[in-house]
Design a protein around this ligand. Structure first.
Ligand SMILES: [Zn+2]
Length: 597
């Protein structure tokens, strides 16, 4: 008998899929069993810790899974927000859950995917077994069976019992002990207690998978096992916007899948030269800028700088226009925090009101691209290597004019007692708020006139001169900047910087969409789902034989458009829809490809 291999490749975000179904040989597509979904949710499980842990049961799922350790969720990284996004398939601006107090959730308009599934097909048998109570008491609004327990062990035992003794179509399981360990000991792969809790959870997952595989009807069922988490964390907890908190994993495992990892992609920018600052008396100031860098009380602006250092004394400024002697003084600064020179921060103040936002570790001897965008009646966002690292509301800050010059590697007084000791490679100043996707796209790229905000570029010291003390400004303003203090020292083999592109990796909202699709439930446009299915099952005839006419169908995917390609046959009807009828050649080796956009 000729085998049929189905490969379902979703290479997409924002509604772009590439789905490949190969029909090999002259016969025949074998129908898969009824779609069933098991979701294993591990609260607060960092992807790097999961990879480091000895987790054989999760590892085994990866051998036949579409999966990513570079998936993302949004901030705030609270459980209420994360589970709501994962289970409704829409973001927080729709489900309206921004913390764990569920003040006014909009589950009526954007319900849990189980409620969607039950509404479409009330015959489905659905169950939710949780440790974190609000998932059942608040998020889950329409489900046949709900069980809430005080321990992960009880959760596991109930899930095993349901798989042994009942016939669920959807089983959601929530573990909470990993999050507890993170809060007690730190969310980090270096924390033994945290790793241990992941290993205990993996053993629970093993018990549940054993029960699944031992179901008498398992061979005739078509289970998708989804494993994911509601958020990551740091040594001090979670809730914030850092990449460590937003980075999650998603595993979609099915016995028929060929393994495929969806990874972030590295983007490398060559840095031809960099100016080295001696940490004692060197800084850079623009010559005759006029009032170009005085942003007053309402002018939006953004600042970008590349730095590389290993050790600093005190909270030396990377770039500033204020007297950094007090954080409340008018103006802004990008520096290290006084308490932790391994990280970086941004401060802005008006003489009374101040905002401070801290980023993550950067003193690793690598280049880092730091961005601060100041939306004067909105948010201060800070980005590290193009990825959001911190955020605060900044509307309380008024007039920031300090009367002091914009300065690189010192504060505006040029007399701050701590001096920057390291390399700086590229400085950009904009009179607008750069959008997150723009920051990400250009953090590891040289700006040119294709940049969407090119007209807003106030100054661009590329620092590629490689000699001398004069730095040219590549912006239209042509504000030359000059190194002050000791003679310049250049590094003309400054290396390269690597950023990572996450634009094609999964998002937490994809989990619900993948589950619905596997159940054969298409998305209605009015559901306004924000996620996409990571896999796409091809429905069709029990047999699709050479020389025959066959119809193939995928569950509708909301507002996507469908572009089918058939090799070894021709499309009779249905191009542009989710259902296509194919005349196969005889004899044929065929494939059906579907691209969703
Ligand atoms: Zn927590």
């Amino acid at each position: 008998m000729n085998r049929v291999s189905g490969k379902f490749i979703a290479k997409c975000f924002y509604c772009f899929f590439f789905c490949l179904i190969i029909i090999s040989g002259s016969v025949c597509l074998q129908a898969q069993g009824t779609g069933k979904v098991l979701i294993l949710g591990i609260d607060g499980c960092r992807q790097d810790a999961l990879q480091q842990a000895n987790a054989p049961n999760t590892d085994q799922l990866l051998t036949h899974a579409v999966y990513s350790f570079d998936a993302l969720t949004h901030q705030p990284t609270w459980s209420g927000t994360g589970w709501s996004s994962m289970l409704t398939g829409v973001w927080e601006n729709k489900h309206n859950v921004y913390n764990n107090s569920f003040l006014s959730p909009n589950y009526a308009q954007y319900p849990h995917f189980i409620a969607r599934a039950e509404t479409v097909n009330p015959a489905l048998h659905t169950a939710s077994v949780v440790h974190w109570g609000p998932i059942n008491s608040t998020i889950n609004t329409l489900c046949d069976e709900e069980y809430t327990y005080a321990t992960d062990l009880e959760v596991t035992n109930k899930a095993v019992e349901l798989l042994n003794n009942t016939d669920p179509d959807v089983l959601f399981v929530d573990f909470d002990d990993v999050d507890h360990a993170g809060h007690l000991y730190g969310f980090h792969p270096s924390v033994p207690e945290y790793i241990n809790s992941i290993e205990v959870t993996d053993a629970y997952i093993g018990n549940i998978l054993t029960a699944l595989y031992n179901r008498p009807s398992y061979a005739n069922e078509n289970w998708l096992v989804l494993v994911s988490t509601d958020h990551g964390g740091t040594m001090s907890g979670h809730g914030g916007p850092s990449l460590e908190e937003r980075n999650i994993f998603v595993i979609a495992s099915n016995q028929q899948f060929t393994p495929r990892q969806i990874a972030k992609t590295p983007v490398t920018q060559s840095i031809p030269a960099a100016l080295l600052f001696n940490g004692t008396n060197q800084y850079v100031t623009p010559q005759n800028p006029g009032n170009l860098f005085e942003f007053g009380s309402s002018q939006d602006f953004s600042v970008e700088i590349k730095v590389k250092y290993t050790t600093l004394a005190g909270d030396a400024a990377f770039i500033s226009n204020k007297d950094w002697d007090s954080g409340a003084n008018a103006g802004f600064v990008i520096s290290t925090p006084a308490s932790d020179q391994t990280k970086w921060k941004v401060n802005i103040a008006d003489g009374t009101n101040r905002i401070d936002v801290t980023g993550s570790t950067i003193n690793d001897g690598n280049w880092h691209h730091l961005t601060a965008t100041f939306d004067r009646n909105g948010l201060l966002n800070i980005y590290q290597d193009g990825q959001l690292a911190g955020q605060a509301v900044m509307s309380s800050v008024g007039n920031i004019n300090s009367g002091l010059p914009l300065t690189i590697a010192q504060d505006g007084t040029h007399a701050y007692p701590f001096w920057f000791n390291g390399a700086i490679a590229e400085v950009r100043v904009w009179n607008t708020v750069l959008a997150p996707e723009t920051v990400a796209a250009w953090a590891c790229a040289t700006v040119n006139n294709t940049h969407p905000n090119y007209a807003n570029l106030l100054a661009y010291w590329q620092m590629t001169e490689g000699s001398g003390a004069t730095l040219a400004d590549a912006s239209a303003n042509a504000i030359t900047a000059v190194l002050q203090g000791s003679d310049p020292v250049w590094n003309t083999a400054a290396g390269a910087q690597t950023c990572y592109d996450y634009s094609q990796t999964p998002r937490i909202v994809d989990v619900a969409c993948t589950a619905l699709t596997h159940l054969g439930i298409g998305f209605l446009p009015e559901w306004q789902l924000d996620g996409h299915s990571l896999t796409l099952p091809l429905g069709g005839p029990g047999l699709s034989c050479a020389g025959t006419v066959q119809t193939y169908i995928v569950p509708p995917q909301g507002n996507c458009s469908y572009n089918w390609t058939v090799n070894g046959g021709s499309i009779l009807t249905g191009q542009g829809t989710n259902t296509v009828t194919v005349q196969w050649n005889s004899p044929a080796t065929g494939e059906v490809l579907l691209q969703l956009e």
